[in-house]
Every structure is written in C-alpha cells, then in structure tokens.
Write a protein that binds this ligand. Structure first.
Ligand SMILES: [Zn+2]
Length: 254
C-alpha cells in the first residue's frame, strides 16, 4: 500500500482512547493516515473534536447533535453549536440524523433537532454528516426537503435508497460493516454507488472490520474495508483510497 488513508468519520474523543489518545493519533498521522474527520455528538464532544482539530493539522471536525442527544439540544445549545461551526476547522454539521433503533430521544424531538441542524448547515453552506438507523423513510424525506450537501454515514439502506441519496448530490459512507459475514445490503450498495460518491470511514472506536471485528477500531483499519470494496468492484485498493481522498476533499472543501 502506497496510498494513504483519509477517515471520513471517527470519534477519537471517545473514552476508549482516554489512556493513549496522543500516542494513537501521533502513530496514525505519522504513518498511514493523512486525514481524519472527528465527529461530535453533542456540545461537549463537539468542543473536544474542535480541540483535536486545532491541535493536529490533519484532523478536521464536525459539530452537531446526534439523535441520541436530541433532548439536550435546546435553543441555547443550537446557538452554541452555530458559534462552534464558525471555526475554520469545523467543516461539517454532524453527526446529526435519526435513530429509530434505540429511540433514546422521542422521535418528534429527533426530527425537530435534525431539521434545525439541516437549516443551520444550509445557512452556513456546510455539508452534513447524517446518521440513519432504521429511519430511512423519514431521513430520505427530510433530505429531499432540505437538499443539504453531505454524506449518509455507515449507510444501511437499500441500493434504491442509495441511488436516491446520490441523485440528491450526496455521498454514501461505507465502513467496517461491509466486511461482516452477514453483510448483504452494504455489499450491494458498495458495488452500486458511483465511485465518485463513495466515502470510506471507520466510526472508530466502533465497527472494526473483519478480521479485527470486536477490537477497538482505529483509522488505519480502513485498509480492510477498502480491500473488500476494491475486490467487489474489481479495482486496485490504491485507486479506491486515492479516489476516497479526492471525494472527501471535494465534499468538505478541504
Ligand atoms: Zn459516528
């Protein structure tokens, strides 16, 4: 492998990295990894993500309220979020969206906060990083309504939905799930998405690809995901990795 890795979605603020965060990031960024987008899930983690982005040249951050945290996103919090997003290294609103699997926040609150943040993104002309778990219909409806730039991360929908998302001008994020033995839809989507609309991601520390499934995930593990997708598409891994960098730079304007 000569081509470096750009991870479009990670959470290095997570407590899983509390004991060795600097060592891990220094190790990655001095070796195989040329870029990371760290995503906040509320104000505290967005502030932390921004701190990381300011400390490391190659780290960028997304700030936003994850659907799990939607009940905490009152008007003041949204105002605070807007302030964070004025920082040059805050390059996206995320991660935001809907999660009807866990339903940690009531659905009507999730939808309201998602809509508020879609409006913020459009107003600031920033892309969004969207989380969609078992909420495909509502997510697609709102994306069609607000037409933001952005990516649906850890895409779990059908090929048909992926095509609709691409038609809206958005990108599809694919991570470790495509390597799992029982993966059907992610495999079909990884084959069907136009190569210039596909983003590679980890969701570190979660979603480690096979053969490291279950371990703490770091951005260099993207190689296994890329290897699988490249094999499915019958292209070279290096070509996929370099296309991924191009796609991330285009979408996030970096
Ligand atoms: Zn995430």
């Amino acid at each position: 492998m000569t081509q470096k890795i750009f991870d479009s979605h990670a959470h290095y603020d997570d407590e899983a990295f509390n004991n060795d965060r600097e060592d891990v990031l220094d190790g990655l960024l001095n070796d195989k990894v040329c870029g990371i987008i760290n995503c906040g899930v509320d104000i505290k983690t967005s502030v932390f993500s921004l701190k990381l982005a300011k400390k490391y040249d190659k780290i960028y951050c997304a700030c936003g309220f994850h659907p799990h945290e939607a009940t905490n996103a009152d008007d003041n919090a949204i105002k605070e979020l807007k302030e964070l997003l004025k920082e040059p290294k805050a390059i996206a609103v995320g991660e935001i969206g809907l999660d009807y699997h866990y339903d940690f926040s009531p659905r009507e609150v999730q939808i309201k906060v998602f809509e508020q943040q879609l409006q913020v993104a459009n107003k600031l002309d920033l892309p969004v990083i969207v989380h969609d778990r078992e909420s495909h219909e509502d997510v697609l409806r709102l994306l069609k309504q607000y037409k933001p730039k952005g990516v649906v991360h850890c895409f779990s929908g059908s090929v048909e939905m992926a095509k609709e998302v691409v038609k809206l001008g958005m990108y599809i994020g694919i991570g470790g799930a495509v390597t799992f033995k029982n993966a059907k839809k992610p495999v079909q989507v990884a084959q069907a998405v136009p190569i210039d609309r596909l983003l590679l991601e980890t969701d570190a520390p979660y979603m480690s690809p096979v053969p490291l499934r279950g371990k703490r995930c770091t951005s260099d593990y993207i190689y296994y995901t890329a290897e699988k997708i490249a094999a499915l598409r019958e292209i070279a891994v290096d070509d996929l990795l370099s296309q991924n960098i191009k796609n991330i730079k285009t979408l996030f304007n970096i």
